[in-house]
Design a protein around this ligand. Structure first.
Ligand SMILES: Nc1ncnc2c1ncn2[C@@H]1O[C@H](COP(=O)(O)OP(=O)(O)O)[C@@H](O)[C@H]1O
Ligand SMILES: [Mg+2]
Length: 444
């Protein structure tokens, strides 16, 4: 499940450290500062739940040595290097060694925030992927991650169990952040191939020739086995299938056709094209599309899952509050309405991010959920927010549940307090709590 994200700031100059830290904290990040690389290495390393911002010129271990050390511990850790003005060769060298990006002094605060957002999002994806990988053998744990009581979610859970047991190829599509990668893992974990090989290939942004060799061979002298071989007997996940060049589509089809039925290796193709109004079908040759889409799972955008939004927000906010050791933010009625109406272009991934920043804000005692939503949706005018296709009943129920939940928390489980505040007779309150699965003992 989503992990809290930190930003480690490493600089020998105290002023610099503090101003970076303050700026990032104001933008809603959880920062920690270190006066030297040696100090930072006591906390930052493999699986560090966050990203690093480091100065290059420091006494003792300098930024380049620090970067190399970090890359040897965890090559996927995003490290943003701060370089002196005009230090181009240094910046180039840092990128070559594996830095995520660099910032030139004096740095532009907005660029810093942008980079921090992108880097923490990338980090979260890496850690999510690692966590999923560790749980691959355990279908129940993965299924439990799929939160949501909406009919589409119930249906999705059933589909995963059914399709997981079947042995044809699967196509998953849906907007970004809707859970496609999570579902790909779940399909494997609950299926007949659980415990067998599970190989993920990212197809976007790869050079065609290199990708062809990586996927299908021929095996290079002393090189790694082709991915289709590595996945033999298990599941081969092809992320961003829409980016697969035509020539490789032909090779993939030939390989799939060679496998016979039922296929020895299951292909789970993940298509990311829905947001642009495009469909996967247009990007793939038809014969390949039909082979891959023997079974198809389309993940719904968050905005169409009205009643799940508040539940997801509350769950993630609670979880982050626990990780950060503070109280979960209370959501006002107005904020709940805004959460329900936001366009959620980044779907659940974006909601997780907002829940985390809301918790950090409330820990500092400043900021509102509204301002976070506004910040995230600056290009969106309120009138373009739509409630299209969502029954009023869903909203009202989600809202009612959230309100009772919030009030119970504030009154620490005192039924009388909640009855008074919400002007509800005891019996109605009890009935509603039972309906929404809320238990008094959870609030005491
Ligand atoms: N139904 C769900 N309930 C709770 N968390 C979810 C759900 N679906 C996805 N997530 C979480 O949302 C984030 C984005 O999901 P991911 O599978 O990476 O999306 P995609 O691959 O479609 O971009 C991940 O942290 C994932 O664990
Ligand atoms: Mg994904």
């Amino acid at each position: 499940m989503a992990q809290a994200m930190k930003i480690a700031i490493v600089d020998d100059e105290q002023d610099m450290r503090q101003s970076i830290s303050q700026w990032l904290a104001l933008s809603g990040f959880d920062t920690e500062t270190f006066p030297s690389a040696e100090d930072a290495l006591k906390s930052v390393g493999t699986d560090y739940p966050g990203v690093v911002v480091s100065d290059i010129r420091m006494p003792g271990m300098d930024g380049m040595q620090f970067l190399k050390k970090l890359m040897s511990l965890d090559s996927a850790l995003p490290v943003i290097m701060i370089t002196g003005h005009g230090d181009v060769p240094m910046a180039v060298e840092a990128m070559r060694v594996g830095a995520y990006d660099f910032l030139e002094k004096p740095f532009n605060p907005d660029r810093m925030t942008e980079l921090a957002k992108k880097a923490t999002a990338a980090r979260r994806m890496t850690l999510d992927a690692r966590a999923l990988r560790r749980e691959l053998g355990d279908g129940t744990t993965i299924m439990k991650k799929l939160i949501g009581a909406s009919p589409v979610m119930e249906r999705l859970r059933e589909d995963i169990l059914d399709i997981g047991q079947a042995d044809g190829h699967v196509l998953i599509d849906g907007e970004t952040g809707t859970g496609k990668t999570l579902v790909a893992h779940a399909l494997h974990a609950v299926g007949a191939k659980a415990g067998r090989k599970f190989v993920v290939v990212r197809l976007a942004g790869q050079d065609e020739d290199g990708l062809g060799i990586k996927m299908f061979g021929p095996m290079e002298e002393g090189g790694a086995q082709p991915l289709v071989e590595q996945a033999r007997g298990g599941t081969l996940v092809l992320e961003d299938i829409e980016s697969l060049p035509m020539a490789l589509q032909a090779r993939l089809l030939a390989w799939i056709n060679d496998q016979g039925t039922p296929p020895e290796t299951r292909v789970v193709a993940v298509c990311n094209m829905q947001e642009a109004g495009n469909v996967c079908e247009d990007a793939l040759r038809p014969d390949l599309f039909y082979r891959l889409a023997q079974m198809k799972i389309t993940l719904p955008p968050l905005r169409s899952r009205g009643e799940d939004i508040l539940m997801l927000f509350t769950r993630f906010a609670d979880q982050f509050a626990e990780e950060y050791g503070c109280a979960a933010p209370t959501v006002t009625a107005q904020e709940a309405a805004q959460l329900l109406q936001a366009p959620w272009a980044g779907n659940i991934r974006q909601l997780i991010n907002i829940a985390e920043r809301a918790v950090l804000q409330s820990r500092r005692g400043s900021g509102t959920i509204s301002s976070l939503l506004m910040n995230d949706h600056e290009d969106v005018q309120p009138q373009t927010m739509t409630t299209e296709g969502k029954p009023l009943k869903e909203y009202v129920e989600a809202f009612e549940r959230m309100l009772i939940d919030n009030t119970m928390r504030r009154h620490k489980g005192s039924i009388v307090g909640v009855m008074e505040e919400l002007c509800l007779p005891r019996r109605t309150l009890n009935e509603k709590m039972a309906k929404y699965g809320l238990q008094r003992s959870d609030y005491l």
